[in-house]
Design a protein around this ligand. Structure first.
Ligand SMILES: O=C(O)c1ccccc1NCC(=O)[C@H](O)[C@H](O)COP(=O)(O)O
Length: 381
């Protein structure tokens, strides 16, 4: 079973589910590929071309999507990874219309981001297939120790290690910093004592880019870099690594348990640290049940509603969950909505060893000073 799943990531397996006119956002996900291989009777995950009969394809595709929804439901995942009913198309003469309905309209911003990402990744993948990325990665310098940097900073300062976010804009805040120079900001963060940096690479919703990530990596900044993306496909892990990332974000609200399990394995294989992000008790319990997780982020922002509440970090670290985290030696990162030294103390008392901060420091004219203000002291020395 295990080898079959790993082989689903391999390049040589192309899945031809529909004729080429099919919208790309209906390509099967990582998990779909696994199911597909099972359903077509292959034991090694290799391709079965089922395109010879369209109706057979539609039924299989429908079953696969339904199975995925069932798995997500049993895990309490509300985010639908792609539009469940597909975009209905209507033709009037030469014109094609798409009508909005419950099945093809995202329910919230996170769902919208993920649906867009699915399309974007399919396009990027066709331009840079995995074998090309594998070659780049083989030649690339080794990654930097993300967790090591967090631990070293915590020991040095006695305060949560800072993952400082290079963030120009966001869906909840719009443009946060107009005069945005990613390299300058990254250098200012490093000077101010940041242990690691988080670089947003999503263009559509955050005005970020992989060019920013690459530019920061090549600028002489030595902090380990987190590629802050919406990962929906294992290919993105290779892409992030090829572009200079040392760590990636895996969002539990989006990914099923098995995806998280195998993506963290791939991360280890290619030298990346996985920061697994949770927002509620159910997501925390799911992640604590997976072996090998070393770094968990608790997001204080509800990505479906934008509501920010830093007591979320405390809530998820109380009682048995906190005990389990300590037993497993997992480092916890408090994420979002941290603006003052009191906020930092609050999440530190709750049990975090690191914090991920964007808005409050990136919007300061001098982000180096912004860090000192956030901590209430200079943490650079
Ligand atoms: O920031 C948003 O509006 C947002 C919306 C939808 C999905 C993700 C979003 N943000 C990602 C983050 O969690 C933050 O960038 C990060 O934790 C830093 O938060 P902050 O310090 O509040 O800028």
């Amino acid at each position: 079973m295990e080898s079959m799943m790993m082989s689903a990531f391999s390049l040589n397996h192309t899945f031809k589910l529909r004729p080429s006119s099919t919208p790309i956002n209906y390509r099967p996900s990582l998990s779909c590929l696994r199911l597909k291989a099972q359903q077509s009777g292959t034991t090694d995950g290799t391709t079965t071309d089922v395109s010879s009969s369209d109706s057979k394809v539609d039924v299989t595709d429908f079953k696969v999507r339904n199975s995925q929804e069932e798995i997500s439901a049993t895990q309490g995942i509300k985010i639908r990874r792609r539009p469940p009913t597909g975009p209905p198309t209507h033709y009037v003469g030469p014109f094609q219309f798409r009508l909005q309905n419950e099945g093809n309209t995202p329910r919230n911003i996170l769902e919208e981001i993920v649906w867009n990402k699915d399309v974007e990744v399919a396009q990027m993948k066709s331009k840079k297939p995995l074998h090309t990325l594998s070659k780049v990665i083989k030649e690339a310098p080794p990654t930097k120790d993300f967790i090591g940097a967090l631990k070293a900073s915590y020991s040095r300062t006695g305060m949560p290690a800072l993952i400082a976010e290079v963030k120009k804009a966001s869906p909840s805040r719009g443009v946060i910093r107009e005069d945005f120079d990613p390299v300058e900001i990254a250098k200012a963060y490093e000077k101010g004592g940041a242990a690691c940096l988080s670089v947003l690479t999503d263009a559509k919703y955050f005005q970020g880019s992989f060019e920013n990530l690459e530019a920061i990596r090549k600028s002489g900044v030595t902090c380990p870099l987190l590629c802050k993306e919406f990962i929906v496909d294992a290919w993105q892990l290779y892409y992030a690594r090829a572009k200079g990332a040392d760590a990636v974000l895996l969002i539990a609200a989006v990914l099923q348990d098995l995806d998280i399990k195998y993506m963290t394995k791939i991360c280890k294989l290619i030298g990346l640290t996985a920061l697994v992000e949770v927002h509620d008790e159910n997501e925390m319990d799911r992640i604590l049940a997976i072996d090998g997780i070393e770094l968990i982020g608790i997001n204080n922002r509800n990505l479906e509603t934008f509501e920010v509440d830093i007591s979320n970090t405390k809530k998820l670290l109380e009682g048995e969950r906190g005990d389990k985290i300590r037993q497993k030696n997992i480092i916890v990162v408090g994420e979002s909505g941290l603006f003052t030294p009191d906020d930092v103390s609050y999440v530190q008392e709750a049990g975090v060893k690191a914090i991920l901060v964007g808005e409050s420091i990136v919007k300061q004219k001098d982000p180096t000073k912004g860090i000192a203000e956030l901590f209430g002291k200079d943490i650079s020395a």
